[in-house]
Design a protein around this ligand. Structure first.
Ligand code: G6Q
Length: 549
């Protein structure tokens, strides 16, 4: 294991830390105190337990916490070396220990005059050089000046990528669709299931279609299969290999593989090993986003993220939005035993935000050993899930209100609508405020009785309340606002990983399945009956598939 690293400096096992034990004692004391009580005791709680920074209003007053809880959580963060670890990340220390890499998604949105040194080199000028090349390319496309092989204007952009090379770009495109010129069509292909490709190119004219092959490694099975199918699809119509140069560009760190595929490296946009897949939407992986919203708006997105980065790096933990978001997650996950977090955007354009967040949080913190290899004796990442409001209210909210599970919620909303349409926005916002209110304060048997509800119905109609939630309010869903939100969650995830003493930047857990699939492919494709050596279940499934396909 690497030594002399801020990540491995002698930190005591989490549960033996004084700060942890104090939180356990404190939890015993306040866990059963109703939120109604907290609010009655302090008429200003709703304003006191809220932070406004980096363009985000973060109301955490409807959490089962006192000011002392926040202090104790902040103490835990300090004692865990979070301050030093944030600095280590921002300054390019190789904190991704198991892969020996720096972790510098923050450098992707650093201003031009900043300096972040990795292996003796300032990476910021490289970041800006790529951004400028991306901008020149995006401008050309947006000005209808990028022509296909037969001279027709490119109107369709198909991004091929998976995981980190897909979820961020899809989410950002959907979130900021309203900023894109509608004569350009954007589609995204990720799944190796042929349905994904077939549907993505439905109705598209190959002469007007450009593929972005987005893959950090340029070896990912799904992406390469889709890219090859795309090449066949394009060449079938264009009938000339020279067409590839006008219809394919690549985003990758692997120039050799890009060249092997047949893409001119002049049409390749690079990034670096210090950008993790799920942290890459601010890098060239965001090329589709930049084409959709334009270079200036893309820079706004980066500026918004940078604003949140600076807030995270400098604000004291008790007033630090990402740190608090992470710590509140720990409070419920590790002290109340809550297993999940519901992310509920009251903005239809954020419909893919929960899916994006699932990878960010669960691939980062879904780990069972500490950085120095000890099995953890506490819970790590929560399960993230969610759907936009108000739709979810007519489906799974029942369980959050009256079920047996404790599910802390993140409500995300905007003061100004993307579309001013009659009363729609007031109705939407009334719902988000009402849900947080209902979850927190519920409805008591006495209140129901006073309303004349029959005795036998009272248990069914009672809402216990004390369901915690955060309300995250921004002014408007702009590119900058999206950047702020993304950085907020990235840093909340980092905060938790650091407290849990795990490594948030690797993903060894996705490897085994890939290796096994690689072994099974030739067994499925074999002309003669293969000699299967799996367990009896896998053998039988393979045989049945071969017989019936
Ligand atoms: C993300 C993961 C993973 C990765 C994909 C795609 O953090 O590493 O989701 O982004 O496996 O990888 P490539 O970009 O190399 O194709």
């Amino acid at each position: 294991m690497p030594t002399n690293n801020t990540m491995t400096e002698s930190i005591k096992p989490l549960k033996t830390m004084t700060e942890w034990k104090l939180l356990e004692v404190h939890h015993e004391k306040i866990a059963r105190r109703p939120l109604r009580d907290f609010f009655a005791a302090d008429p200003e709680r709703g304003e006191k337990l809220a932070i406004e920074a980096a363009g985000v209003y973060f109301d955490y007053s409807k959490h089962r916490v006192s000011e002392e809880t926040i202090k104790l959580l902040a103490d835990l963060a300090e004692a865990s070396g979070l301050r030093e670890k944030i600095e280590a990340m921002f300054t390019g220390e190789k904190i991704n220990l198991t892969e020996g890499r720096a972790v510098l998604h923050t450098a992707l949105r650093a201003p031009k005059n900043a300096a972040v040194v990795v292996d003796g080199e300032n990476v910021v000028p490289h970041v800006h050089a790529v951004l400028e090349r991306m901008a020149a390319f995006a401008d050309k496309l947006r000005a209808a000046q990028w022509k296909g092989h037969t001279g027709k204007t490119i109107k369709n952009i198909v991004n091929i990528g998976i995981g980190g090379s897909d979820l961020g770009p899809v989410m950002a495109y959907e979130a900021l669709k309203n900023y894109s010129p509608r004569w350009l069509t954007f589609r995204f292909v990720s799944n190796v299931d042929g349905t994904d490709f077939a549907e993505a190119v439905q109705g598209l004219d190959p002469e007007e279609t450009l593929f972005i092959v987005a893959s950090k490694t340029f070896t990912t099975q799904e992406t390469m299969a889709n890219a090859e199918t795309a090449r066949d699809w394009a060449l079938k119509a264009l009938k000339d290999k020279a067409a590839i140069a006008r219809h394919f560009v690549a985003v990758s760190t692997n120039a050799a593989k890009v060249e092997d595929f047949g893409i001119d490296t002049a049409n390749m946009f690079g990034f670096w090993d210090w950008v993790g897949g799920r942290y890459s939407m601010c890098s060239a992986i965001g090329l589709s986003t930049m084409i959709a919203i334009g270079p200036d708006n893309f820079r706004q997105l980066l500026a918004g993220a940078h604003e949140m980065d600076e807030h995270y790096r400098t604000a004291p933990f008790e007033r630090n939005i990402p740190a608090l978001m992470g710590l509140l997650g720990i409070w419920y996950n590790n002290f109340f035993g809550a297993q999940s977090v519901a992310v509920l955007p009251y903005e239809q354009y954020l419909k893919r935000f929960p899916a994006y967040l699932q990878q960010l949080a669960m691939e980062s913190n879904g780990k069972r050993v500490t950085l120095d290899g000890r099995p953890v004796d506490y819970q790590t990442s929560q399960i993230y899930w969610g759907e936009p409001g108000t739709n979810g209210q007519h489906s799974f909210y029942q369980l959050i209100h009256q079920g047996t599970k404790l599910i802390p919620c993140d409500f995300i909303a905007f003061s100004r609508p993307a579309h001013k349409l009659g009363r729609h926005h007031d109705l939407l916002m009334a719902n988000v405020f009402a849900q947080a209110e209902a979850l927190a304060f519920g409805k008591t048997a006495e209140e129901l009785k006073a309303e004349g509800v029959k005795d036998w119905l009272i248990p069914h109609k009672t809402f216990e309340g004390d369901r915690p939630s955060t309300t995250i309010l921004l002014d408007e869903l702009t590119p900058a606002a999206l950047g702020r939100l993304v950085a907020l969650y990235e840093h909340a995830v980092f905060t938790q990983g650091m407290i849990w003493q795990i490594g948030p930047f690797d993903q060894w857990g996705v490897e085994l399945g890939k290796v096994l699939a690689g072994r099974i492919v030739p067994e499925l494709e074999a002309k003669t009956e293969p000699d299967l050596k799996h367990d009896s279940s896998t053998n039988a499934l393979i045989r049945r598939y071969r017989e019936r396909r």
